[in-house]
Design a binder for this molecule. Sequence first.
Ligand code: SF4
Length: 341
Amino acid sequence: MSHCPPLVLPSASPASSGMLASANERKQALIEEIHTLKREKNALILAHLYERVDVQDVADVWGDSLGLSQRAAETDADLIIFCGVHFMAETAKLLNPAKTVYLANPNAGCPMADMITAKDLEAFKAKHPGLPVLAYVNTSAEVKALSDYCCTSANASDVARFAAQECGVGEILFVPDRNLARYVQTQVPEVKITYYEGFCPTHMRMEVADVIKLQQQYPEAALLVHPECDDPIKDLADFIGSTTAIVQAAKASDKPVFIVATEDGVSQRLAADCPEKLFITPTRASAICPNMKLTRLENIRNSLLGNNTPIEIAPHLVEPATRCIESMMRVPRGEKVRLNP
Ligand code: SF4
């Protein structure tokens, strides 16, 4: 649960309150150093909504993969620091080949993206010859290079429809997230979506029984669900959308309580921005993506100082992977809102 009861601390001893004060002072000094370095280096800091709130707070932009990709494509900054996971920084590099791009913590990968390799995709395509491939942005550059279209959770249905129309086909291949693919199928029934069996382990750890329990406990709550969740959770949803759409829907709503079925960072962001509302993440202890939480303020400072390895894309992948990503930039955006009756 993102809304915590007031924390009652034992009276702090002079020594422990002094340690706390100096920890806060050190953190504040680090934040100021980041802001100074950012100006000096003409850097843009991008943070995904699943990142820690203190990381989001020093970023110039926070949002979902599509919003961040678009912002990366528009920037005149010399340096891009991506607080997210590897495929996101690769995407930013592909859209900004002349700029230096750092993944703030180079160890942050995405298990879903790792579920499909170029070899796996070649085998999948061979089983379904002649069909266009729509790749979720959560894929490596080598998988994108073998795909025809790219999407995020915010525009997947629009891109699927667009791809089928542009190619004049009634069926497309979707990789790697089966849950997003099934959701797209409900939104675009006129196109057959044949999907790969990948998934996000963080969203799949969320349990429908926990969601139902919370709905019974908070009957006034709205259930906001990310399409990477399993179908039984999506079937209960009042709203299904990308992380940014979930944030916008919660902020626009008059409801006092929200059950937010996605990575816990979204509830944390909402709790920080809307303290008068209650945001609850089901199965919270498991709904935390360990990779998204790897990035710390120190990683951002180190990247600004150049103590990191810039993202490089193998030259033969640059043109086809960029073409794949740019396919989604030309699709009119019209995210659908689905409310259960
Ligand atoms: S939340 Fe899921 S899809 Fe996102 S980075 Fe973590 S494992 Fe990958």
